[in-house]
Design a protein around this ligand. Structure first.
Ligand code: UT7
Length: 335
């Protein structure tokens, strides 16, 4: 049986930085509340002047990942694209990336698992490589949140949290046993689907119907989040799925060299860190700079941790995510 390893990673965020004070200028919020409740200081937002979309940011991250992996785009056997904010209702961003990278007829698969999307994508890529069906898989997580948030005071509990950006990883077949992706564990619980959701536009809330039926104060085409309920579920599921991954590999918390939690809220990461009694240098957080970039958050953080020399060959790296669906998952990687 083959194994897979991450051969290269890349990240891209739009240049435009939006601070908490910038948001306080357009809605009733303030820097102290945002930092206290989420840890976020600033995030990056696409502007009308740049050429960024979910697909094009994904391409920018992917080009860096391919270059670092030293793998040609022509050798990519599968593209997996995770996002909750695609450029089009259909088709998905995977085929756009394929066209923009000028990759011919390899399959392009879109993953709809929100904050857990990158881990789901990684798992899909890993399975295809393990079975021998594919050798090189490009996995991308990218989000354009700013294009779809409610920046009035009504939407403040959601809109201050999210940021735009993309991350990518190139997975390749490895013959080194005990290295690379050791395991992935995935879960979902559809009964909480609407606790963190964007219901329209959809076939349930199609645009003409939204305009006709919904009063301004109850617009279903802005994201809704039951924040405290999501928070409580997140801390439980993060812990469970990290332990599940460690156990499956006969590892203990002490074996973790670097934990990269999905950047949902700094308080969630700190809760997990405290629970597992991990020192500061074994948990990577960058939500302070980027906000929550959903499917892009783990690949951006993983890339940045690697760029900063915080992940070295032989390290045990654990990725964990929780989000809308609810969906959650973990990946254990021997670097
Ligand atoms: O990535 C996907 C998974 N997502 C998560 O894991 C997120 C989980 N949830 C959270 O991170 C937190 O619940 C939030 C950061 C979203 C909210 O923090 P909270 O401590 O749960 O605040 P809250 O929603 O209970 O609101 C507390 C107060 C309310 O005012 P009152 O009713 O106490 O007067 C809100 O109206 O804070 C008010 N508030 C704000 N004030 C200033 C809500 N949003 C804001 C804001 N600025 N942006």
């Amino acid at each position: 049986m083959y194994t897979s390893r991450i051969a290269g990673m890349g990240k891209y965020v739009p240049e435009n930085i939006v601070t908490n004070d910038d948001l306080a200028g357009i809605m009733d919020t303030n820097d102290a509340w945002i930092q206290e409740r989420t840890g976020i200081k600033e995030r990056h937002h696409i502007t009308k002047e740049d050429d960024n979309t979910t697909a094009t940011m994904g391409v920018k991250a992917a080009k860096i990942a391919l270059e670092r992996a030293k793998i040609s785009k022509d050798d990519i056997d599968l593209i997996v694209f995770a996002t909750l904010s695609p450029d089009y209702y259909f088709p998905g961003c995977g085929v756009q990336v394929q066209e923009l990278l000028d990759i011919h007829t390899c399959p392009a698969l879109d993953v709809r698992n929100q904050c857990s999307g990158f881990i789901y994508g990684l798992s899909v890529a890993d399975q295809f490589i393990k079975t021998g069906m594919y050798k090189n898989v490009l996995v991308i997580g990218s989000e354009n949140h700013s294009g779809g948030l409610d920046f009035s005071t009504r939407g403040r509990s959601v809109s201050v949290i999210f940021g735009d950006g993309a991350g990518a990883a190139v997975l390749t077949r490895s013959d080194k046993e005990g290295h690379g992706i050791l395991s992935t564990h995935l879960h979902s619980e559809g009964k909480h689907a609407l606790e963190l959701s964007l219901r329209g536009p959809s076939t349930e809330y199609w645009v003409p119907q939204i305009l006709e039926e919904n009063p301004q104060e109850d617009i279903p085409y802005f994201p809704y989040m039951n924040g405290q309920f999501v928070f409580k579920n997140a801390v439980v599921r993060f812990s469970e799925v990290i332990m599940e991954g460690l156990k499956a590999n006969n590892l203990e918390v002490a074996d973790i060299d670097m934990l990269i939690p999905h950047q949902a809220n700094l308080r969630i990461s700190q809760f997990i860190q405290k629970k597992f009694q991990l020192p500061d240098d074994k948990v990577y957080n960058n939500i302070q700079k980027y906000g929550n970039t959903t499917a892009a958050s783990i690949p951006i953080a993983l890339t940045e941790a690697w760029e900063e020399g915080k992940i070295k060959e032989g390290d045990m790296v654990v990725l964990a995510a929780f989000g809308s669906g609810f969906t959650w998952g973990s990946a254990v990687i021997k670097w």
